[in-house]
Design a protein around this ligand. Structure first.
Ligand SMILES: C[S@@+](CC[C@H](N)C(=O)[O-])C[C@H]1O[C@@H](n2cnc3c(N)ncnc32)[C@H](O)[C@@H]1O
Length: 329
């Protein structure tokens, strides 16, 4: 007859009696167990623990020191505050003893009281910021200037755009915008009719590293793209140079897929004649109505126009506009 092998216990490693005793001793104190149960749920500062437990600082700090000593707590400094949190034990005696203790905590008379007091502490954290903003109200716009976050906001808003979008940059020039768009993760097709500008753009794109910019030479009135090739078409300070702005906007609408957008940035009608000589422009800006009628004639819908006052510090500049509309679905 064969004698069955003895069954291996689930814990084949002999549990150190010493460690087990230390674990029991640590969890024997009900305040320490309450502290751990609280810190298991939320990271708390000493003052917050004092509020929840209704105990003096010396007592709370003594227990925290013991718990930290045995490795059950981690702390994090936040300015002048120190926040504590529970670090679940990994060693068998500690882990199993804590599992046993916390399973039985449901019957602890303090449990509900502590949970309510913890909720109050968390509410008072929220109340602090709420009362701050209640007192500030619309003055926040002046206060928030300390962030100086215009560029940051623009980048953050750009994250809302799907990175799989294909975008056309018409009249890319030295490629500044094409690079910016590609850095946001968009696939960019950039066109220009000037070979010198394309050379400059190529050099800049290569220097910028591994970016998805496809440079093509072409006329705005006859874009070197097939119908619906991109999801959006963009022309920044280009339309004022075009012989026929309406024709170019029709071309942009043609190469954008259904449900895509056409965006134009340029000057509103102005009288700055010096721009013809110094900047080579063909048109001294445009009237909102004529821009809208070009978008309309190109079959684009939901036209929007936004005006920005000239912002240059060294030159009196005309107002600019951002116009956009959508291709039909
Ligand atoms: C003022 S730059 C703007 C460059 C760029 N969009 C920017 O904002 O930095 C105008 C660009 O449009 C290009 N351009 C002008 N007329 C064009 C046309 N008919 N077809 C294609 N590109 C044209 C020029 O070669 C030039 O690079």
């Amino acid at each position: 007859m064969t004698i069955p092998e003895p069954q291996l216990s689930r814990y084949h490693h002999p549990v150190s009696v010493d460690a087990l005793q230390r674990a029991f001793k640590t969890f024997l104190d009900p305040t320490r167990v309450r502290i751990l149960a609280l810190l298991e749920r939320e990271e708390l500062a000493v003052q917050e623990l004092m509020d929840v437990l209704g105990m003096a600082q010396s007592r709370v700090s003594r227990h925290l020191a013991i718990l930290r000593e045995v490795g059950l707590l981690a702390d994090r400094r936040d300015g002048t505050f120190v926040f504590y949190r529970f670090t679940p034990p990994q060693d068998a005696p500690w882990r199993d003893t804590w599992a046993l203790v916390s399973k039985n905590l449901t019957n602890d008379p303090h449990r509900e009281r502590d949970a309510t007091a913890l909720e109050r502490v968390l509410q008072s954290r929220a109340a602090r910021s709420r009362s701050f903003f209640d007192s500030v109200g619309p003055e926040w716009d002046a206060l928030r200037k300390v962030f100086n976050d215009e560029a940051l906001r623009a980048h953050a808003v750009a994250r809302l755009v799907s990175p799989r979008l294909r975008v056309l940059d018409v009249g890319t020039g030295t490629g500044i915008l094409a690079i910016e768009l590609a850095r946001l993760g968009l696939e960019v097709v950039a066109i220009d009719h000037s070979s010198r500008m394309l050379d400059a753009a190529r050099a800049k794109i290569e220097a910028a590293g591994d970016l998805s910019v496809n440079l093509r030479r072409g006329e705005a009135s006859e874009l070197p793209l097939v119908d619906g090739e991109v999801n959006a078409a963009f022309a920044h300070m280009v339309v004022q140079y075009l012989p026929s702005p309406g024709e170019a906007i029709r071309e942009m609408a043609r190469v954008v897929a259904p449900g895509g957008t056409v965006v134009i940035v340029d000057f509103l009608r102005h009288t700055h004649e010096w721009m013809r000589e110094e900047l080579g422009v063909t048109w001294l800006g445009f009237e909102p109505q004529e821009i809208e009628s070009w978008f309309d004639e190109a079959g684009l819908g939901e036209f929007r126009l936004e005006v920005h006052q000239g912002l240059s510090q060294n030159r009196d500049l005309p107002a600019t506009f951002i116009a956009s509309a959508w291709t039909p679905e």
